[in-house]
Design a protein around this ligand. Structure first.
Ligand code: PLP
Length: 356
């Protein structure tokens, strides 16, 4: 069996959820969209079900997968519905839905539902992706409030730059939210992971932590709270071949890495078809038998190469951690000019193991 594997530590997931919950003034909806950021939505939701206040997913397909697996907690559809047929299913399955545009509001007004739905009315407070503009928000809220198909309304917005040291634009989004929702009755929801960790003053009735649940810190590595997170996914494989090469030899596609002196190159059963980023640079950290080593040469589909020159004891069969328990995925992301989110959601083909 090919040794490439992803191990999911469900007790770390629970630990991270508890941290998010502690930092939330009210409830915390565990965001498990995109198959729980690549960790397996059903397994993760089951692991959290005893303690979570509810879940958030992108769409009804993801929500149905959780219900069919026996998850009975509230589930919020972060993009709401895409088609009128979904509304009856939302009633039947007791889903909550985001309403982010007039056309979605009109679908609700035109539907004949057996029971009213809980809606999360989204404000575009500055990110300019989805949501009602501040000047139309109160009108949208009034129309939703008047709609017989609507039960509770939660007021929500999403932050574009809460993970950055720059604070001015997040403060401006907060100001827009406060002013647009002023005088409107109902619960409020602002914080993603970055805001949950770094903007305690923003804690509202509902937080929506995502990436932090999986143990990845969206903030600078030095952030105190971020250091309490525990990585959930560990991506591992093994060395399957070793090359002893003289100086000046090129390794891999495109001859990107050239040995600066006599070198030992280890070949690892892990490639971009497993989700390891092809754009990882030479020098990207890996751990070989727990020792720091570095990527050397372009990542190929099924294999990658690492420099073992300074690890003479490493050889065929050595264990390689690509990211996880001992190597933060953010570090790898930085070396591949991407973010932890894309790496975690991109893992495939490997063997999956769950524990905890
Ligand atoms: C994905 C998402 C979140 C979670 O964001 P993280 O940065 O992963 O914590 C929260 N709210 C909304 C609306 C989202 O789409």
């Amino acid at each position: 069996m090919r040794p490439a594997q992803a191990t999911i530590d469900l007790s770390a997931l629970l630990h991270n959820y508890r941290l998010a919950k502690t930092l939330s003034r009210g409830g915390a909806l565990a965001v498990v969209k995109a198959d729980a950021y690549g960790h397996g939505a059903v397994r993760c939701a089951r692991a959290l079900a005893a303690e979570a206040d509810g879940f958030a997913v992108a769409c009804i397909e993801e929500a149905l997968e959780l219900r069919q697996a026996g998850i009975q907690l509230p589930i919020l559809l972060l993009e709401g519905v895409f088609h009128p047929d979904e509304l009856a299913l939302c009633v039947e399955q007791d889903f909550w839905l985001v309403v982010h545009a007039w056309w979605q509001l009109e679908l609700l007004e035109q539907a004949a539902l057996s029971r009213p739905l809980n809606c999360w009315l989204k404000l575009d407070s500055g990110m300019h992706r989805v949501g009602f503009f501040p000047h139309e928000y109160a009108a949208a809220w009034q129309r939703l409030r008047a709609c017989a198909n609507v039960a509770d309304i939660v007021m929500m917005t999403h932050l574009a730059r809460a993970d950055e040291p720059e604070r001015v634009s997040t403060l401006e989004q907060l100001r827009q939210f406060d002013s647009a929702t002023k005088g409107l009755e109902g619960l409020r929801s602002l914080s993603n992971s970055a805001a949950t960790l770094d903007w305690p003053e923003m804690a509202s009735d509902w937080t929506r932590p995502g990436i932090m649940l999986y143990g990845s810190n969206p903030l600078a590595a030095s952030h105190e709270l971020g250091r309490h997170l525990q990585p959930v996914m560990t991506l591992e494989s093994r060395v399957i071949a070793v090359r002893e090469l003289p100086a000046g030899e090129a390794v891999g596609y495109g001859a990107r890495f050239v040995t600066p002196g006599p070198a030992r190159i280890g070949v690892v059963a892990m490639g971009y078809a497993d989700g390891y980023p092809r754009h990882a640079m030479d020098g990207t950290p890996v751990l070989v038998d727990g020792q720091p080593a570095a990527l050397a040469g372009r990542v190929s589909m099924d294999m990658l190469t690492v420099d073992l020159t300074r690890l003479p004891q490493a050889g065929v069969g050595s264990k390689v951690e690509l990211w996880g328990r001992h190597l933060p995925v953010e570090q790898v992301a930085r070396h591949a000019d991407t973010i932890a989110y894309t790496l975690l959601t991109g893992v495939r083909r490997v063997a999956w193991h769950y524990h905890g």
